[in-house]
Design a protein around this ligand. Structure first.
Ligand code: BG6
Length: 509
């Protein structure tokens, strides 16, 4: 919702994988929230597709408790109205046989609701099915707009768009194969690769923070900034997802997508305008400027870990469904450098992990020290550590907010320094209730606004950036990974060493 809001077009949202966890926990509660605040056009209908045999009514009943639990606010009468817009079709989306029935159902819902023939496909299925489903959609004839994109008057022509969940590929090759498969059916303008981090209010406000103010941008470069830390720490373990997670790991699950997207927003140049293509162009450029990591020096750029056991959960490598010799990381701290003018010699440290000390997602902009420690010299204050340089801490979770931390004088005789902060709390200031970030993103897709959806080159670029940490050579940084960090800690000792090597420390609060 960064660009000027046009209104969303009504459509039929076809959700493949409708009986899955994500749909119940996130998508439907998000759509409900959008309906509750009148952001979802009245004529929009949702058609869930999945192999489980179910009636419309059974699907609605199954979803209701999830919406009650996960939506910001629940109200029986709003739900009753919303539920009549939920429909269900059983069948396998990868199977060509269901498409005649699916087409008929979409047409009848669209005609009944007068939603104008627009279709928003949503792939919430196992990634291994993506290509097959996209191909089936192509063969079905449901996508009529794509190729004629430039030559027609768009206003009177129904559109078809597709939203795809992460993981978007497994590496550079699979991501670009998937992009090609999508491109055979949909124009790039109709492809919405969803990353729920970009739907978080405070992540979106990063661009406003940087580019609607004048006081930060002159400092936003290697001359003043020593380094940047981006952390997404979680307290939960992998739990019942262990078998799936083991094929993925923290780098694929969090860094390639969420954290590198945040990095792009922090590091990009000012866009020409706030239009989607201008913002995406700048993100592509800065992702392309990430220096390739030398594979013979991976340990200087990465620290990986797996959590140890405690009374609540076994050690990761002993979890059910995980091979006991697994080297998949549940924690990763990676250092990235840019080969560009703005960020020369300013590393960006990205860190994420399961079972850590607290649920905390934040960006720390760490400024350099003053050129001379004048106050210390003046007063011959030789004791105590050097005070930390100035910091801007942009907190994404648990609260949204920005804090500017700097040195102040402790009252009293003599000069004693302490860190003080100027704080902005998003919820307090705007009385804003946190909403599920999928909602605004889906509305954006219905408005045809791709600002908050990564372009194919961003996805391929971020896969390239993490590739050295995932390939065979990464065996060197996966040695002795088992149980190398305690639950409720900030990760393995190697993560501290990664920063200490350059005289830096992690900011955990
Ligand atoms: C998902 C990952 O994309 O993001 C999960 O697959 C992770 O493993 C989740 O827990 C974290 O999201 P958030 O919004 O809670 O930080």
């Amino acid at each position: 919702m960064l660009t000027m809001p046009g209104s969303p077009d009504p459509c039929v949202i076809v959700i493949f994988g409708a009986s899955g966890d994500l749909v119940a926990r996130k998508l439907i509660p998000a759509l409900y929230e959008m309906a509750a605040c009148n952001a979802l056009p009245e004529q929009t209908r949702v058609l869930g597709v999945s192999r489980t045999e179910m009636t419309d009514e059974a699907w609605r009943e199954r979803l209701q408790p999830w919406v009650k639990e996960h939506a910001a606010r629940f109200d029986e009468s709003t739900w009753a109205r919303f539920a009549t817009r939920l429909h269900y079709l059983s069948g396998s989306a990868a199977d060509a046989d269901i498409y005649p029935g699916l087409t008929e159902r979409i047409t009848s819902l669209s005609n009944g609701a007068k939603s104008g023939g627009n279709i928003l496909f949503y792939l919430s299925v196992a990634p291994s099915l993506y290509e097959a489903i996209v191909e089936r959609i192509g063969e079905s004839g449901l996508v009529t707009e794509g190729r004629k994109w430039c030559s027609i008057d768009r206003d009177n022509v129904p559109w078809q768009r597709i939203v795809i969940e992460k993981p978007f590929g497994h590496d550079v090759e699979s991501a670009s194969r998937l992009n090609l498969a999508l491109g055979r059916v949909f124009e790039e303008d109709a492809i919405y690769r969803i990353d729920h981090y970009l739907g978080k209010e405070i992540v979106q406000s990063l661009l406003v923070f940087r580019f609607a103010n004048t006081i930060f941008e002159p400092l936003w470069n290697h001359r003043y900034i020593d380094h940047v830390q981006i952390t997404a720490a979680e307290t939960l373990g992998v739990g019942h997802r262990a078998a799936y997670y083991d094929g993925v790991g923290a780098i694929r699950d969090m860094i390639q997508s969420h954290l590198l997207q945040v990095l792009a927003l922090v590091a990009m140049e000012p866009p020409t305008t706030f239009a989607a293509h201008h913002i995406r162009q700048e993100k592509i450029k800065v992702i392309d400027a990430i220096e390739p990591t030398p594979i013979d020096r991976l340990h200087e750029f990465a620290a990986l870990g797996q959590y140890a056991p405690d009374e609540h959960e076994p050690a990761y490598h002993l979890s059910d469904g995980v091979p006991h010799d697994t080297t998949t990381e549940t924690f990763a701290a990676l250092a990235f450098r840019f080969d560009n003018w703005r960020w020369a010699d300013t590393p960006f440290y990205l860190r994420t992990g399961k079972r850590m000390a607290s649920k905390r997602t934040q960006i720390v902009i760490q400024f350099k020290q003053p050129p001379v420690q004048l106050i210390r010299h003046l007063h011959q204050l030789e004791v105590g550590p050097t005070p930390p340089g100035n910091q801007i801490v942009i907190e994404i979770a648990p609260r949204g907010g920005v804090s500017l931390r700097f040195q102040g004088k402790v009252p009293g005789s003599g000069v004693r320094l302490d860190t003080v902060a100027m704080d902005f709390d998003y919820a307090d200031r705007f009385q804003a209730e946190p909403i599920e970030s999928y909602g605004p993103l889906l509305i954006d897709a219905m408005r045809g606004d791709q600002t908050l959806f990564p372009h194919r080159y961003e996805v391929e670029g971020t896969w390239r950036a993490v590739a050295p940490f995932l390939g065979e050579e990464s065996a060197t940084i996966r040695r002795a990974i088992h149980a190398n960090y305690e639950p409720a800690s900030w990760g393995p000792a190697a993560a501290d060493v990664l920063l200490q090597r350059n005289g830096r420390t992690w900011v955990n609060g």
